[in-house]
Ligand binder design. Structure first.
Ligand SMILES: CCCCCCCC/C=C\CCCCCCCC(=O)NCC(=O)O
Length: 601
């Protein structure tokens, strides 16, 4: 390096001397000209790339809108519809819909049409659909030709798909223009499995740029709204799914989660979802962001409008076919023995994690779930996860942001940046020492967020340090399991996010809330999220009482300030069990749902 540098230096000196010999002052002119042209070319190239990216973003967004318009026109041309029948179809719970399709009382095509129309209608209000999947029609027509004994478990069920999963013939770009307009050749595994089960993937749904935030907006498709309050966000990153399902435009969908992306929108939009153990459901064919990072891995999972729907779909998905497509999915199919076990369970509970206070409705939701489980004969005992904020900061954040945000920055180079990612993008751009100092400053205003950002700002630098990080994660997993075992737990209930949906675009103010969900990605425990209750006026009174909800940090102050208009917003409970015990998670969720569904305000 030094040798090359010294050669270059000598060459410059020689040219300089030569030019000065010809004409004194000429070298300044020549070098000045070279530097100016280099600078102008650099700015021109970057400017052109940015212009091209803006054009791609605009055209991609317009193409998606046009695709929705084309479908709308196609549906209108089909002639008169029976709105009552369509409303009956889209109001059915998943299990009822399945029965009617199985018995032949409903045709796959008429169910698809009802959902296409409903999804477009919901999308007009919430901007949750990115584009329709046109091949759905041919699939439905084919399904209607099958004889009854050829019907598969999810025969004719329409499924919405988060845009970050591969769908043959469509691009998969996560909001980065460098990936736009490059159609993929193969469906992602989970899409393939849904199809092989007879389901009909029919629309793709919105997400935040780069997927690493719980907002839901990107430059191509804009921001998605919450079905319960148009000024609030749906959560993310599977926010398009949450919004569409919560708004009634889909009965079941596919999301992904590395830090809460399935569970957060479930809480914010009042829907049901399951983040499985890594590799219980194949992840092949999801956009490969952070894919070389193996310490905390992204996982695909189902989201549904009702509890029985979530169970039905999970049971259907955990088939031998999944293992055939991806041999790294263990050959562990739906375990009826766990789900149907009659003996009472020991369920731990906590209402808050030290350092990040829990909104009174979130506390009440856990207590209502606790009462429900006790009524069902389970034993519910207190449990506090050890060192949660510290573990997420020092382990999860180091693993997930250990590249200094380089991967995202690479894809975003000269691209259009969405407002939802500016904080992490520019934090990544800061020189390391400055970033560390800024993180410390953030810590004065918002201690848990400061801790998280310090974690992200001090990643492992050498391979040996990565090994040590892996060791520390294993050690934390053992520590958590020892605490779990000491209480003889089968499962755990707790808040999934310690506040309801926040005003759209303000998610950065409450980032520290992610410790509630990311903990179970770090541990790789399966975790489900389900609606239990809604915010009441009385909860808001208690929110403003410092003895109930101390305004100790920036997050809490923001939640109090943002609480106007939150009455009626859904709040859920997170249910957790040991790795590969998805069936226990579902059993606990079902037992809570059986009681709380009837009394939900
Ligand atoms: C390297 C620069 C430092 C950046 C510091 C950023 C601090 C941000 C704090 C918390 C953000 C963590 C967000 C995690 C959200 C995960 C969402 C998710 O599960 N995505 C995966 C998916 O959609 O599949």
């Amino acid at each position: 390096m030094w040798v090359g540098h010294s050669h270059a230096h000598q060459a410059v000196v020689k040219i300089h001397d030569y030019l000065e010999d010809i004409n004194p002052g000429l070298s300044r002119k020549v070098f000045g000209g070279v530097i100016t042209s280099a600078a102008v070319s650099y700015v021109a190239v970057r400017g052109y790339r940015y212009y091209r990216a803006r054009r791609t973003v605009k055209e991609r967004g317009e193409a998606a809108k046009l695709a929705c318009h084309v479908l709308r026109e196609h549906l209108e041309q089909e002639g008169p519809v029976d709105p009552q029948k369509e409303a009956m179809i889209t109001d059915l719970e998943l299990s009822e819909l399945k029965q009617k399709l199985w018995k032949g009382e409903l045709k796959a095509l008429e169910v698809l049409r009802a959902y296409q129309r409903k999804a477009l209608q919901v999308d007009e209000k919430l901007n949750c659909v990115t584009e329709p999947i046109f091949e759905a029609e041919a699939l439905a027509v084919e399904l209607d030709l099958l004889s009854p004994n050829q019907r598969k478990p999810l025969h004719g069920i329409p499924v919405s798909v988060k845009d970050s999963f591969n769908v043959e013939g469509y691009d998969c770009h996560a909001g980065f223009s460098c990936f736009a307009d490059k159609p993929v050749e193969r469906d992602g595994d989970i899409v393939q499995i849904f199809k092989s089960l007879g389901a009909v993937p029919f629309v793709r749904t919105n997400f935040p740029q780069g997927l690493m935030t719980f907002a839901c907006s990107n430059p191509m498709y804009g921001a998605t709204k919450n079905p319960h309050s148009l000024t609030r966000g749906p959560g993310g990153s599977s926010g398009g799914e949450g919004s569409l399902i919560g708004g009634g435009g889909s009965v079941v969908g596919i999301g992904s989660d590395i830090g809460g992306s399935i569970r957060i929108p479930c809480q914010m939009c009042g829907v049901y979802g399951l983040k499985p153990t890594v590799d219980r459901i194949s992840n092949q064919g999801h956009i490969p962001l952070m894919s070389g990072q193996n310490l905390v891995r992204m996982t695909a999972g189902p989201m549904a409008r009702d509890m029985d729907g979530l169970i039905l779909v999970t049971e259907a998905l955990l088939t031998p076919r999944m293992h055939q497509l991806d041999p790294y999915v263990p050959p562990l199919f739906f375990q009826d023995t766990l789900y149907e076990k009659k003996s009472p369970l020991v369920v731990g509970f906590y209402t808050a994690i030290d350092g990040v206070h829990s909104h009174p409705t979130c506390v009440r939701a856990v207590m209502e779930a606790k009462t429900a489980l006790t009524q069902q004969g389970h034993k519910v005992i207190e449990f506090q996860p050890p060192r949660a904020v510290e573990a997420v900061s020092n382990l999860f954040m180091k693993a997930c942001f250990g590249d200094d945000g380089e991967e995202t920055a690479l894809y975003l180079k000269d691209d259009v940046l969405d407002r939802s990612v500016t904080f992490s993008y520019y934090m990544g751009k800061l020189p390391k020492r400055l970033r560390y100092m800024v993180s410390r400053l953030i810590g004065f205003m918002d201690p848990p967020l400061g801790q998280l950002v310090v974690g992200a700002s001090t990643p492992p630098r050498k391979i040996l340090e990565w090994w040590y990080l892996q060791d520390k994660i294993q050690a934390y997993k053992r520590e958590f399991f020892a605490a779990w075992q000491s209480r003889k737990l089968d499962a755990l209930i707790c808040p999934g996010m310690p506040f309801p949906a926040v005003t759209a675009g303000t998610e950065d103010n409450v980032l520290a809330g992610i410790v509630y969900t990311t903990l179970y990605n770090l541990l790789n425990y399966p975790a489900g999220m389900m609606p239990v209750t809604t915010v009441t006026q009385d909860d808001l009174k208690r929110l403003k009482d410092p003895s109930v909800y101390p305004p100790s940090g920036a997050l809490e102050k923001f939640v109090i300030q943002d609480c106007e208009g939150t009455v009626g917003l859904p709040i859920g409970v997170q249910c957790v069990s040991l790795p590969y015990h998805e069936e226990t998670v579902l059993r606990v969720m079902k037992d809570i749902d059986t009681v709380t569904k009837t009394t939900r305000n």
